[in-house]
Design a protein around this ligand. Structure first.
Ligand code: 3EB
Length: 326
């Protein structure tokens, strides 16, 4: 029943795949049999061929397609991907609301109500459209869908990231299950779902991290983490300091996760990382800061836009471990 995480320059060669994220360009457009989220952002650094991150399971999954969501389920875990093109009549807010409304209908139909982790990617995230920044439109549509499905928008919300890419549809991948995630917040930061109105008409719907418990396992998903203290962006224009502040935030989230987990701490070095860098030229500076703190950890560097235009870097992480059956 365990989830296995495959992270490699090589495609999955054997085993049962629940779903995959293909990180980096060029993406050749080949579609595997399982749900795939193409992460349409350039990988930075040596040997930048696309990277395969897949969730494997140990017995054959069920597969389906529902309202444009490709999904696979094994036991009580489900991975899905939905991509929605914006059109002349469908702006980002409507696309986001539709994506999440469909996703919630699928989870209801599958009897797997608990969202664990979401990966959100959209084009031109910092651009204004009809007087509202596109990320803020996304937040509006997402919050409306949560409420439309009678879900909490405060407190028990999933871990997530939301990044800007150059082009392409709104792309949302998700992991869900039968057991609730344990949300983790960061005492150094105002919870995102409580951000004040200056950041847009609706606050973002995500927790700083989520602890989840598939049978025999404990997973920790740390949401996209940036140089925000309280609710304010700090170290404007200084990518090295923003990286250090983001890592301080991740350490604070880890301490909080340790308090909430029956198994205690995950260490910084036990996690695998995705680091999103706004300006590719900042790779060296960001990498130097990462090396000082998490030298041995598996880390992918990508060029992507962070959801506030002054933020230059955002870091997300995840960890998996085996736990004794209860
Ligand atoms: C932040 O802390 C940075 O909207 O789902 C990080 C993770 C961020 C998730 C989301 C946004 C999201 O506000 C941005």
């Amino acid at each position: 029943m365990a989830l296995i995480f495959h992270s490699s320059a090589n495609p999955v060669a054997a085993g049962h795949v629940l779903g995959e994220s293909l990180v980096g360009e060029p993406w050749n457009g080949a579609t595997p049999a399982w749900p795939l989220q193409p992460l349409r952002a350039p990988l930075l650094g040596a040997g930048s061929t696309p990277w395969h991150e897949a969730w494997l399971v140990d017995s054959p999954p069920l597969a389906g397609e529902s309202e444009g969501i490709r999904w696979r389920r094994q036991g009580d875990q489900l991975f899905g991907v939905i991509e929605i093109d914006e059109g002349p009549d469908v702006g980002l807010q409507a696309a986001s609301e539709a994506a999440y409304a469909r996703l919630f209908r699928l989870l209801d139909a599958q009897g797997l109500p608990h969202l664990w982790r979401l990966w959100n990617y959209m084009a031109d995230i910092n651009q204004d459209q009809q007087g509202l920044e596109r990320y803020r439109q996304f937040n509006l549509g997402r919050a409306q869908a949560f409420e439309g499905a009678s879900r909490c928008v405060v407190g028990r919300v999933p871990a997530a990231c939301a990044l800007g890419v150059r082009s392409g549809p709104l792309s949302v991948a998700f992991l869900a299950g039968s057991t609730p995630a344990v949300p983790v917040e960061n005492p150094r930061q105002v919870s995102a779902f409580l951000y004040p109105g200056e950041y847009g008409p609706r606050s973002p719907t995500f927790s700083r991290a989520a602890l989840v418990y598939p049978p025999g396992q404990e997973l920790l998903f740390i949401s996209g983490t940036a140089s925000i203290v309280g609710h304010q962006s700090v170290h404007l224009g200084d990518v090295a300091a923003q990286t250090r502040e983001s890592l301080d935030n991740i350490e604070a989230v880890l301490a909080e996760a340790q308090r909430l987990s029956p198994r205690g701490a995950f260490a910084l070095a036990d996690l695998s990382y995705r680091v999103y860098i706004r300006h590719a030229a900042d790779l060296g500076a960001v990498r130097a800061e990462m090396a000082g703190r998490v030298a041995s950890a598996e880390t992918l560097y990508l060029q992507a836009d962070v959801c506030r235009s002054e933020l230059l870097v955002e870091i997300e992480a995840q960890g998996l471990r085996v736990v004794q059956a209860a």
